[in-house]
Design a protein around this ligand. Structure first.
Ligand code: ASP
Length: 418
């Protein structure tokens, strides 16, 4: 057994943890009268919430060094820099294309199923200040302080700094007595930390799922059942249809094998609701199970987790249509086109953490003059939707990693089909 093998039966144990968490929290939630309130609150706070938060923190804790070392070691071993430009441009183009397509199908199905709410159904919500604009997002790529970017978890800035560092290391390898080799070794150490943390995943997921149920009970769909069902349908449609088609057409890869290997990534994204917290698992799966070489995966995965959020864009497109109908506004063709562009920007600008996409929805609503208060309504059912769309987000990143890897001859098909 290699020292870098994943924990045994991980998927099975994480699923068990998930169901056990839902089941036990369900029992506590519905029989809470039988317990003194302080005991109930103590279980919620110190078992489920604390355990879940510790697990998420552990995953997030390693994201920055993992991205840094894997990107630096990937780039410093590239034989030529033209390859890097080609990987980056293909990745960004594919990300934009799939996100635009995601919003277009969201609008299409919203129209086919006539997504609608009751007029005046709006709850109250304090509009977030400091919305993300395209200007700020672009500027985040070029931070003015290396350490600032690391401390603030500015992923786009960290990716930029790592690329710069990797290039310089690559170009000075003879002068630095092969310093790049040491970065590869450090990368291995961080991969090992990922594996150690993953071995606690069943317990972490138990607590996370439990804390969701303790918060809401099982009434996760609230009263917005039509919105919720259409959204879930479009998310699955995009996941299964769009990604299968692009994997087949652009890379001639078998989508069924791809989806099978995405199990753990999907489970982690689902239970953490955070693309960022899932990066360690996505990186490992894309590299070790799908066979994408580190040169590609170490760029495509962290950049994707930060800017490529198809699931989020789908939610934003449908939520805008839903909110327009609750406000009694008929959207014009031009406004639908605006929604496509705005949802692309708002999903790129959303941080890869829970509910971020619902907050940047404010950007779309305010641009179209729709009531920001309506976000309160959407937030009420956001928990489960966030879990599903985060899984779509990270699976999208992984599909594109395979396509870019294949087009650069940096995908090992033997590993993919193993
Ligand atoms: N939770 C999502 C993610 O991390 C972002 C969002 O849609 O809220 O990918």
């Amino acid at each position: 057994m290699s020292q870098l093998d994943p924990p045994k039966n991980l998927t099975k144990n994480v699923l068990l943890g998930m169901f056990a968490g839902v089941f036990s929290a369900f029992i506590f939630f519905y029989f809470q009268e039988l317990l003194p309130q302080t005991v109930f609150n103590g279980i919620e706070k110190y078992l489920f919430n604390l355990g879940g938060q510790i697990f998420k923190n552990l995953l997030l804790l390693i994201v920055v060094p993992l991205v840094f070392f894997s990107l630096v070691s990937g780039i410093s071993s590239l034989s030529n820099m033209v390859k890097l430009g080609s990987i980056a441009s293909k990745t960004i183009m594919l990300y934009l294309m799939t996100t635009a397509f995601a919003v277009i199908i969201a609008i299409f199905f919203g129209w086919v199923f006539n997504i609608s709410g009751y007029e005046g159904e709006v709850g109250s919500f304090n509009a977030p200040s400091g919305e993300t604009s395209l200007y700020d997002t672009v500027l985040r790529v070029f931070p003015n302080n290396i350490f600032g970017a690391f401390v603030e978890n500015n992923m786009l800035g960290i990716v930029f700094i790592s690329i710069l560092f990797g290039i310089a290391l690559n170009l000075t390898d003879d002068l630095t007595d092969k310093l790049s080799k040491n970065f590869e070794k450090l990368n291995i150490v961080f991969m090992k930390i990922v594996l150690i943390i993953m071995s606690f995943a069943p317990i972490g997921v138990f607590c996370l799922m439990g804390s969701y149920v303790m918060d809401h009970g099982l009434n996760i769909f609230g009263d917005l059942i039509q919105y919720v069902l259409i959204l879930i349908f479009v998310l699955f449609f995009h996941l299964i249809f769009t990604y299968s088609i692009i994997l087949k057409i652009f890379a001639n890869l078998n989508p069924i094998i791809f989806f099978k290997k995405m199990r753990n990534v999907a489970l982690f994204a689902f239970s953490t609701s955070s693309s960022a917290a899932t990066i360690p698992v996505t990186l490992k799966t894309v590299t070790d199970d799908l066979g994408v070489k580190k040169d590609v995966s170490s760029f495509v995965v962290p950049v994707g987790a930060t800017i490529n959020m198809d699931g989020t864009a789908i939610m934003q497109g449908l939520a805008t249509m839903f909110i327009a109908s609750t406000a009694g506004v008929d959207l014009s063709m031009i406004e639908y086109m605006q929604i496509v562009l705005l949802a692309m920007v708002a999903s790129i600008g959303a941080a890869a953490v829970p509910s971020a996409g619902t907050i940047t929805l404010a950007l779309i609503l305010s641009s179209l003059g729709l009531p920001l208060d309506a976000i309160g309504l959407i937030l009420a059912v956001d928990r489960i939707l966030d879990m599903i769309r985060t899984s779509v987000n990270v699976i999208g990143d992984s599909a594109i990693a395979c396509i870019v890897g294949n087009s650069e001859n940096l995908l090992n098909k033997e590993v993919f089909y193993k």
